[in-house]
Ligand binder design. Structure first.
Ligand code: 5AD
Ligand code: SF4
Length: 465
């Protein structure tokens, strides 16, 4: 009997890609493959790529350079290594990738990776295969489910894609082109997937999509569910202790979603709400469809539903035409909201997007300087938020062993990593932890006497005020 073939998958970019990579692994597992952590002993290497910024794309090309050497080494041993480029770079650049990088056997967009096994077989016979269509059949219908063991290996927190694509067309963003139009999965398919995850030991589910607040999936009676209603249905599944969702658009927060934060204790009090800029002029040029004031109002509405909510965000600095005064509005917003954390990026002109053609592109040195200053403001707010947790008792979902013997790492409701001395058998439990110290961006704590049992929904929380 020949040894099972092995696949090595490297995922770049967002959580959608992490989810898609796991589904590709599940598909190939069904086809007899095992997973390997290194490219050197793989028969298939998949790079699941991100096109959101220039830097993300360049990373893929430099990795392809390294893989060329691995492929040649395998060939010298008489082995064939098939190289797959999947994801958004594949969608956006198609055959150009093969011209630029040479080593590639299959180029496959995010909507067609259910065709991966047949494309790999065809590539072996006929050479380069490119599939960047938006096929009529849904990849979700064709996708394999992970075996229980694979689900467990991936940990007790899992992503579930509920929505994909985006119709917002922010002027800087490639997503509407690479991921296509908004599409929502039916409620029944999502609930079935979450039930399987919970049965395999998953305790926390994050519903993901480019724009989950625009979720409009068909319910059992054919009528569309909003995200708020979907969250209620998912929260009713036995075995889960925590629910999250990401990413939402500040213009799409409806009353049902806001009420879900009041009504569902399992819905964690932490919302990622990308704002991109604090300046109304820049927000309009970005086509974000809200203003600084309406964004703040959205935050206030959420806080009125649940006062212990904390927020994170995304910011872009150096959007074309951004003045120092515009930039200062972003810094002021960071301080006004007091984010628990935020991502910030230098504007990257993406081919084919409207903003790439705008006059007044900002010089690199100015972008760099603004990024540093914004990051300093974000870090200051994050440190202040973490400092408020000192002495608090927080429910921590224990996820995996820590770096030191006898230590576990978990997450607070606010996504902070928390290190605590606890027995490995407690992985999957929500433990009450007293926060005793801070280190970089994580918390240190000790187990408080009351510890919950796995599967109990919505622990009472002692939150930083
Ligand atoms: N340049 C810089 N950042 C970008 N993002 C999206 N497109 C660009 C771009 N062209 C950022 C946004 C978004 C996050 C996922 O990536 O902040 O919310
Ligand atoms: Fe991109 Fe805007 Fe859609 Fe977010 S809402 S995915 S930034 S187009």
């Amino acid at each position: 009997m020949s040894a099972p073939r092995k696949v090595h998958i490297k995922s770049y970019g967002c959580q959608m890609n992490v989810y898609d990579s796991d589904r590709m692994a599940d598909l190939l597992t069904q086809d007899g493959y095992g997973e390997t952590a290194t490219a050197a002993d793989a028969d298939v290497v998949i790079l699941n790529t991100c096109h959101i910024r220039d830097k993300a794309v360049e990373k893929v090309y430099s990795e392809l350079g390294r893989i060329r050497a691995v492929k040649h080494a395998a060939a010298r041993e008489g082995r064939r290594l098939a190289v797959v480029v999947a994801g958004c770079v594949a969608q956006a650049e198609g055959e150009e990738i093969a011209r630029r990088a040479g080593v590639v056997d299959v180029i496959i967009g995010p909507q067609s990776y259910h065709r991966l096994p047949s494309l790999l077989a065809r590539a072996e016979r006929e050479g380069l295969q490119v599939d960047t269509e938006f096929p009529l059949e849904s990849k979700f219908d064709a996708l394999a489910r992970g075996a229980q063991q694979a689900v467990r290996r991936r940990g007790i927190s899992a992503f579930v894609t509920v929505q994909e694509g985006c119709d917002k067309f922010c002027t800087f963003c490639v997503v509407p082109y690479t991921r296509g139009a908004e599409m929502s999965r039916p409620v029944a398919a999502i609930l079935a997937e979450v039930k399987e995850l919970a049965a395999a030991g998953v305790r926390e589910v994050t519903l993901i999509g480019q724009n989950v607040s625009a979720y409009r999936g068909a319910g059992p009676d054919g009528a569309a569910f909003t995200l708020g209603r979907l969250l209620h249905a998912v929260a009713a599944i036995t075995g889960l202790s925590r629910l999250r969702y990401t990413t939402s658009h500040p213009g799409d927060l409806d009353a049902a979603l806001i009420a879900a934060h009041r009504d569902l204790p399992a819905l964690m009090p932490f919302v990622h709400l990308p704002v991109q800029s604090g300046s109304d002029r820049v927000l309009a040029a970005m086509n974000r469809r809200y203003t600084n004031a309406t964004y703040r109002r959205a935050i206030e509405r959420l806080l009125s539903a649940r006062s212990d909510l904390a927020f994170s965000s995304d910011f872009i600095v150096g959007f074309p035409g951004e003045t120092e005064a515009d930039f200062q509005e972003s810094v002021r917003l960071v301080d006004a909201i007091g984010y628990a954390g935020a991502f910030s990026f230098k504007y990257s002109a993406r081919p084919g997007t409207p903003a790439a053609a705008l006059p007044d592109q900002i010089p690199e040195a100015v972008k760099r300087d603004r990024l540093l200053r914004l990051q300093a403001a974000i870090d200051r707010n994050q440190a202040a938020f973490n400092a408020k947790c000192l002495g608090a008792r927080l429910p921590v979902l224990l996820e995996k062993p820590g770096r030191h013997a006898g230590q576990l790492v978990g997450r607070s409701p606010y996504m902070q990593p928390v290190h605590v001395m606890a027995d490995g058998s407690m992985i999957g439990e929500t433990a009450m932890v007293t926060v005793t110290g801070l280190s970089a961006n994580s918390l240190e704590g000790t187990l408080a006497p009351e510890t919950s049992h796995p599967g109990r929904m919505g622990e009472p929380e002692t939150c930083p005020g």
